[in-house]
Design a protein around this ligand. Structure first.
Ligand SMILES: Nc1ncnc2c1ncn2[C@@H]1O[C@H](COP(=O)(O)OP(=O)(O)OP(=O)(O)O)[C@@H](O)[C@H]1O
Ligand SMILES: [Mg+2]
Length: 181
């Protein structure tokens, strides 16, 4: 793992805590603001102003349970970092972070218009190579959140990772909180 990738992982975690603590007063984290914060941090640390790789956000103002915000943010960070690192050998492209309601679930997508993922993610051994920590982390976070993951076919036009997450929203307040002063 390179220095920049490590720095981005650390910045992402700092940003997550920052965004989560700002939102803590009303007990929720909002997907659009959260994703915008992640995109901004990533652009600053990984890309810089002069880059021709742009990270955009297309998200609804839906609530994320603060208990779920850290794994949610970390998996977004892994997938967006992958797009920036692997998708654009020419240094030009677009990454879109999206979160939308689909029925009672939230669909999170991280997509890019790059060269395509090139590994068969349906192959159970494909994600296990030692250098492929990122995808293993993503799989763990998705499992932790009770969600499902689908990756666009290898060598397609660009890469889209879709993660469907049930019950991402804030739970009803606990009794102790409801009657707190
Ligand atoms: N958006 C993408 N576009 C093109 N190739 C991708 C994309 N995402 C992942 N890949 C390919 O899949 C491989 C596995 O990704 P993974 O995140 O597991 O490992 P890594 O990024 O190489 O290393 P690490 O995440 O451990 O720093 C990458 O090495 C790359 O070849
Ligand atoms: Mg990676």
């Amino acid at each position: 793992m390179g220095y920049k990738a490590m720095q981005t992982r650390i910045s992402a975690i700092a940003e997550l805590y920052d965004l989560i603590s700002h939102s803590a007063r009303n007990g929720t984290v909002t997907a659009d603001g959260y994703l915008r914060g992640i995109a901004k941090t990533m652009s600053a640390t990984l890309l810089g102003n002069a880059s021709d790789i742009k990270i955009e956000v297309d998200a609804e103002a839906l609530d994320i349970d603060p208990d779920k915000a850290v794994p949610f943010g970390l998996l977004v960070n892994e997938l967006a970092t992958n797009a920036v690192k692997h998708a654009f050998p020419n240094g030009i492209g677009r990454v879109v972070l999206s979160a939308k309601r689909v029925g009672g679930d939230v669909a999170l997508t991280v997509s890019d218009n790059g060269i395509g993922i090139g590994i068969d993610t349906k192959d159970p051994d494909a994600a296990k190579a030692p250098q492929r920590r990122g995808f293993n982390y993503v799989t763990i976070f998705v499992r932790q959140l009770g969600g499902t993951i689908a990756v666009s076919p290898p060598n397609g036009a660009g890469t889209t990772v879709t993660i469907v997450l049930p019950q991402l929203g804030a739970p009803p307040p606990r009794t102790s909180e409801r009657f707190a002063a």
